[in-house]
Structures are given as C-alpha cells and as structure tokens.
Ligand binder design. Structure first.
Ligand code: MN
Length: 241
C-alpha cells in the first residue's frame, strides 16, 4: 500500500508511527510544512527504507515564512520529492495569495532547473492558479495533486496537463470527492491519508487507513481490492520511474 501524503513529523509520537509503517510494509511519502523540520525528520528516517521525505513549505504558512523558500530551494538538491507546496485561496489566506503564487512559482522554477522533481501539491480554492503556475513552468517534473477539490472543468485541465492525483479516505467518503475520482484516469491515481490533519473514524488518519481508500477505489473501478492495490502500486512505480 502507498500513502503518498502523510505528515509523519506532526504526529505526537513520530518514532512509533515510523516503526508501525516499517512493520506494515506501506510505502509513505513524508511531506513537511516548513524546511525547519527537514533535519529532524531526516534523522528519524535514517534507517527507513519505506519512507521517503519531501521538502515543503505549506501555503498556509507562506504569509509568515515566505523567506524560507530559499532554504526549500537549497534542500531540493537533496531529494526527488517536494511537498507540501501549492496555493490556498481560502478567505482567511486571501491576504497572502499573491505571495503564495510567487513562492510556488519560485519552487517550480527550481524544480525545473534541477531537471524535474515529484511534487505533492495543495490547491484548495486555488486550482486554476495552481494549474496556471504549472503551465508557466514546463520541465518542473511531475505534479501530484493532493486532495483535489476543483471543478470538473479544472479536473479536465489537470488531466490534460498530465497531473497525477493522490486521494484519501475522507475525499472518497464525500459525494463530491468520489464524483471527481470517478473522472480521473485510473493509471494516474495514488492513495494518501493527509494524517494527522485529515481524520478518519474520529481520529487522526494513519497510513494504514489507505486500505479504506483502496476499498473505495476498487468499488469505483469495479475490481477487487487486491487488484486496486496492485494498480496503485503499478502507478507509483510508473511515477517514480
Ligand atoms: Mn497536507
């Protein structure tokens, strides 16, 4: 199983979660919200084979931390994975919208100059702005749209731009989210949890909860859960080359 967007460093006890992941055999992309957590996470993950670490700067933090974008860009030479990055157009973040655009464009430019990176991208209420930024920077690498919540028209544009999508139990549990997933090409889908921010069953979602997403995808694709799981693993291998 694959959890392509999990905030391991934000769980109360990251070390025991890392142990659980190693035992369960799940592949995890550990995204970060600021470059300040990079060093510590690297140390925690030094013995892990199943968990890859992504360097990020969460759009919700850009208003206070935009100066850290150069740290992100410097650390991008150490990893293939970048996230969580993107743009958030929620009303409370409207004041930093232009700054978020600039920071995201800077990260895409850096990805491009490094020959391409794999990005886990946040686009809440800002799908068009995110897709515009991707179109403006060809060669940035691969975009994995995390918890996509745009319109159907925006989804079609994202598919046209060759985006990938990571979908979790909460998204698949909502009517709107499920409707979008039904329109996504099955070979472009990965699973995620977004724990501990996303909750499942009343508690913080853990990587093991991607099994719930697999079950929902199996029902959408009309295949067994085992087949859905294999499809996602195959997608993951294709993404990472
Ligand atoms: Mn997240």
């Amino acid at each position: 199983m694959i959890d392509f967007h999990c905030h391991i460093d934000l769980f109360p006890d990251p070390s025991s979660l890392i142990e659980e992941i190693e035992v369960s055999g799940i592949y995890v992309l550990a995204v970060t919200t600021t470059p300040k957590s990079w060093g510590h996470l690297q140390t925690l993950l030094r013995h892990s084979k199943r968990i890859q670490c992504a360097i990020g700067l969460h759009p919700e933090l850009v208003a206070e931390r935009s100066s850290e974008v150069e740290e992100v860009c410097a650390l991008m030479s150490e990893t293939r994975y970048v996230g969580e990055v993107g743009i958030d157009g929620s009303p409370k973040l409207r004041g930093s919208f232009e700054l978020q655009r600039k920071v995201f464009a800077r990260i895409l430019k850096q990805s491009s100059s490094l020959g391409g990176r794999i990005l886990s991208i946040h686009s809440r209420r800002a799908t068009t702005a995110v897709l515009d930024a991707l179109s403006d920077q060809p060669g940035f690498g691969s975009a994995v749209m995390h918890w996509f919540s745009g319109t159907r028209k925006e989804l079609l544009r994202a598919i046209e731009l060759d985006c990938w999508f990571s979908v979790g139990p909460t998204m698949l549990g909502s009517k709107n989210g499920r409707g979008l997933v039904e329109e996504m090409p099955m070979h472009r889908i990965l699973t995620e949890t977004d724990g501990p921010f996303a909750r499942f069953g009343g508690i913080a979602a853990k990587p093991i909860d991607v099994s719930v997403a697999e079950r929902a995808l199996a029902s959408i694709w009309n295949v067994s859960q085992q087949q859905a799981s294999e499809q996602i693993l195959q997608n993951f291998r294709c993404l990472i080359g």
